[in-house]
Ligand binder design. Structure first.
Ligand code: NAP
Length: 279
């Protein structure tokens, strides 16, 4: 069945690949980009593609309701929302300042929430819909404090949203990509300038930068394959709440589960003993 998809941050990378995969599967796509332009799309998709400008850090709620209105005016409904817009930061927490932290949360978390809040009335009225939130491997396993803080927020939000929305027939899936070959680690996307450079972090900073330089545009994950996977999940009767994507993410999630289980086991008795003593 043909669906209507709304995808944020579709100018490049995963967002663009998801948009193309949905179009190739015969769906209609409203693709939002900061510039309002989506280059080099096959003209055979023109009648099923709407491109709209959207910066998810826009504070005015009206911006989001106008996007939703434009989509429903053109296609009549919204079946799938992909909250994809986001970026990373390669700075250790103590070297960040409040402005950097807030900017990252504005894009990766609050922006995603603003788009979701604008779309939900349409999905609730339809009594159907599916929301994919782009979290990350870093939304399951800590590593980079600031980026992980935003992506753990997305994971917790999505898992809870799936619960809150189930009475209305709306599904939510937390998508946790491992390393995918996009501009994610490129200077065009990543923030790597510390607000407060501290000598003690020099070695960590150099290690992180050298990793990013080596991994940039060499990542194992294929964005087109991730796009096709989301199309398949959106068509399935019982989509998962959690979708770690890529062998690296699955391995990291499994290791994290086992290290969490050993922490729980090591302190189980003392932890249980914190309850009030019953009479
Ligand atoms: N690639 C990976 O390895 C990976 C792994 C885990 C999670 N992710 C997540 O997947 C999502 C997509 O990442 P990607 O790899 O495709 O990165 P990318 O190639 O850097 O693309 C990022 C996209 O987000 C858009 N964007 C950034 N800030 C925005 C804003 N304020 N408003 C609207 N759009 C904005 C960018 O638009 P412009 O072109 O205008 O900059 C671009 O379209 C992100 O949420 C990222 O955290 C990626």
């Amino acid at each position: 069945m043909s669906q209507v998809w709304l995808i944020t941050g579709a100018s490049r990378g995963l967002g663009r690949a998801i948009a193309i995969a949905a179009l190739e599967a015969g769906h209609s796509v409203a693709a939002t980009t900061r510039s309002g332009v989506l280059d080099d799309v096959d003209p055979r998709f023109s009648d099923r593609l709407l491109v709209l400008p959207l910066d998810v850090t826009a504070p005015d709620e009206q911006v989001y309701s106008s996007v939703v209105e434009s989509v429903t005016e053109r296609f009549g409904r919204i079946d799938v929302l992909v909250n994809n817009a986001g970026h990373g930061i390669l700075v250790c927490f103590e070297e960040t300042d409040d402005a950097q932290v807030r900017e990252l949360f504005e894009t990766n978390v609050f922006g995603l929430m603003r788009v979701t809040r604008a779309v939900l009335p349409v999905m609730r009225q339809q009594r159907s819909g599916h929301i994919f939130n782009l979290s990350s491997l870093a939304g399951y396993v800590g590593g980079n404090a600031m980026y992980s803080a935003t992506k753990f927020a997305v994971t917790g939000f999505t898992e809870s949203l799936a619960f809150e929305l189930s009475p209305f027939g709306i599904k939510a899936t937390n998508v946790g990509p491992g390393y995918f070959r996009t501009d994610f680690l490129d200077s065009s996307s990543i923030t790597d300038r510390p607000a407060n450079e501290l000598a003690d972090y020099k070695a960590s900073r150099e290690q992180i930068r050298s990793f990013a330089e080596q991994a940039n545009h060499q990542q194992a994950g294929d964005p087109a394959a991730l796009g096709r996977l989301l199309v398949e999940v959106a068509a399935s009767e019982h989509p998962p709440v959690h979708l770690p994507v890529g062998a690296d993410c699955i391995e990291a999630v499994e290791q994290h589960q086992s290290s969490l289980a050993s922490d729980v086991d090591a302190w189980r008795d003392k932890s249980v003993a914190t309850a009030h003593e019953t009479a």
